[in-house]
Every structure is written in C-alpha cells, then in structure tokens.
Design a binder for this molecule. Sequence first.
Ligand code: LLP
Length: 452
Amino acid sequence: STGAARGDDGALRVAGVDVHALAAEHGTPAYVLDEADLRARARAYREAFEAAAAEIGTGVDVYYAGKAFLSRAVARWVHEEGLRVDTASGGELAVALAAGVPGAHLGLHGNNKSDGELHVALDAGVGRVIVDSLAEVEHLADLVAARRADGRDTPPAPVMVRVTTGVHAGGHEFISTAHEDQKFGLSLTAGPEGGDSPAVAALLRVLARPELHLLGIHSHIGSQILDSSGFAVAAQKVLALRADLAARTGVLVEEVDLGGGYGIAYLPGDVPLEPARIATEVAHAVAEAAATLGTPLPRLSIEPGRAIVGPAGLTLYRVGTVKPVRLDDGRVRTYVSVDGGMSDNIRPALYGAAYHAEVVGREPDAAPVLARVVGKHCESGDIVVHEVQLPADVRAGDLLAVPATGAYGRSMASNYNLLTRPPVVAVRDGASRVLVRRETVEDLLALDVGAD
Ligand code: LLP
C-alpha cells in the first residue's frame, strides 16, 4: 500500500502527511501518490529481475509501462531507479522525453502508430519500436527509407516483433489456445493454408529490410495476473520461435520481452505475487527452454506498470449524500455518494473491478454497515466501490480513501459530465507537491472554441 498508516491519534497519514491536511490543501477528489513507495516498487522489480537473470547467466532491462500513469516526475523517478520507460503513444513518448529519459531507454508500442509518432520515436532514437503487424513492418521500413531519401540520417530502426503466444492471463487462471480473437500481436500458429505463421512471416520481413534491425521478440499475455505459470508458458513459446528463426536464418535474436501484467492487492485480503517469485520462475522457465532448445540465453526485458504505481496511489473523496436503499432480500445498502466517480476511476464500471474504501480522519462511533460508494455522474453504473463495510454513521463531509488507485485511474480519467479531472499529488517525507494540477472549468472552456 501507499505506506498509509494510522498514527497514535488515529489519523491516517501517507508518507507522514495527514490526509485531512492533504484534502484541505489540494481539495477532493485527489489522487495521492507516495513517491518513496513507488520508487521502492520500481527498485524491487529491477533488483529481483537482475538477480534472477544473473543467476541464469543473462541480463535484463525493466521498462515501466507508462500507460498505468505517466507524468514527468514519475518518468524521472523510475529513470533514477534504473528503469526504462515503455510508451504507447506520442503523448507518453513526449512526457518521457520531456522528463529527460534518454531516447535509447524508451520503447514505443501500439497497434496503429501514426507517422507522427514514428517520426518522434526515430528522431529521439528510441531503443525499440515494438511492431504489431506485417503492414507495420513494411511501413516503418518505408518511413526510414523516406527519411534517408530526405537526407535525414536515420540508423536502422531497432524493432521487436510482438507475438501472440496463445497464453491469455489475468486473475487466477490462464488459458493457452491456438487462436486468439483480439487485435494485438502476430500469431505463432500457421493459417488454414499452412505456410509460415504471421509471427515468422513478420520476423522474416524485418530481417529482409535493411532499414530495420531485429532486436527481439515481444510477448504480453495480460494484466492483473496473480499466477506466474502463464509467463513460463509464454517464455517457452517465444524461445521456441526464436530457435526456429535461428534454424531457418542463422539469426538468433538477442532479446526476449515478456511484457507486464503483475497483479496487485486491491482488497485487504489479496495476496499479490512477490517480485522475487515472479523473477525466479520466469528466469528458470527461460533457462530451461533455452537448454532444451540448445540455444544461448537471450537478454530479457519486462514491462510492469500496475505493480509499480498501483499500490503507491490512493484517491481521496469527500462524502456528500448518504442514502439507505432497501434491497429485495430485506437488507439495507447504504449508498454513499462522493465528489468524483467513474470519471476518475472507470475500472469498476468497465471491468467490475473491486476496491476497498475507508472513512478517514475521524473515529467512527457506529458498527459497520453494508455500503456502496458511488460517484456523482448521471448513470447508475457509476460505482467507485461495489461493496464495502463502512461505519453506520458515515455522513456528509467525511473523507473517504480508496487505496490502490495509482494505476489506470488518472491515466484513464475522463471529463464525463464535464467534471474536471483531479490533481495528482505526490507525498514524501511529510510534505506534498502537485505533480499534475487539478483541471479547471476554464481549462474545459479553453478547448470549447466553436461558439465564438
Ligand atoms: N506491456 C504491454 C504491451 C501492455 O499492453 C501492458 C498493458 C503492459 C505492458 C503493462 O501491464 P501492467 O503491468 O500494467 O498490467 N486498463 C486496464 C489494464 C490494461 C493493460 C493494457 N496493457 C486496467 O485498468 O486493468
């Protein structure tokens, strides 16, 4: 968690700052990010994977997946902790570059990158472009050729080919099937007419284009994964593909990326995987596959996002209306409305994601009741926490904290109902500072240019 702790006086503090003081200074809703906690998680993944990779005799790069949440400060923190940054758009790329992350430490993902995004990536000399289709292989190579024809000195673009291993994981289970009906990656399975799989075809095309340098193979199997066996299966499949390619072409690609997806605790009883456990299992699966295939070890990379920023963040809301609703079975559910909702955290509405909530800053003097925390938007699916026990005397003006909202909260926030998006406030050593300021109605009106 955020390192949130109750002091002797019962007040909830994050990194030494009383949450009441945070709410008073920054308003609500607000995202609060514990800098030391985020840095410690970044370091823990890097150190665990470095140790596991060294044990099997290879190296590893840890990329922070900026889609989970990116600001210039966060990009700088993870850079200082020895991580690289994985970006998935021109916006994420621009923020990472503005933070001073060297281009060589950046990756660019996307199944439909624009020419503008690719040019920014090539201008910055990004460490890798992860290609997602055969069409993109040709397009990127053509773009490099066109830049050269324009007199722009452009080295071969470093490319990883994203493949679909058939392993699809998330939560406690994973499935491994021959076919995946989704937009990402290139399949390892040959089509009905036989011949090369899309993955092999793309790898061969990268090798055939002098404007590209084939760095490696990429696999991302899912998100919020709490069982590491899917990573091991994916690693075996990717290493087999790498050995296949080497047998056919003599080219043994140097790097294998196994993506992100490490699950975190959202509820008090949840048990996430430990970094050391994931790192060891992944490294052993890689070592075993390489030995079985008789190929040298690849260099490894991974791309965790949620596991680094998710637990380091919480959201503070102010309680407004409280309304008891009698359910069909006779129970009463207390609907607790807060001053944000699906515009600052879409995950409950979009994925049915579960969260926890606590009233903070005062000692409750009533037994818990069944509550549902809802937002202020114009739809009934606007739920922040589906089910949580809150003190029966929860009332307007109470401060409510929802933990583990650091990932995919602010980064997926919207202006639905023209709400202004909350600030992101960092706390460290008893002090707070704004990383991303609160939006204002003036910001919204500044975009509204058509009526003048
Ligand atoms: N690498 C690639 C290629 C990805 O597509 C993703 C996430 C990651 C890394 C980072 O995954 P993480 O470690 O954060 O699980 N909005 C959803 C999650 C979408 C994840 C998309 N890709 C949510 O809120 O649960």
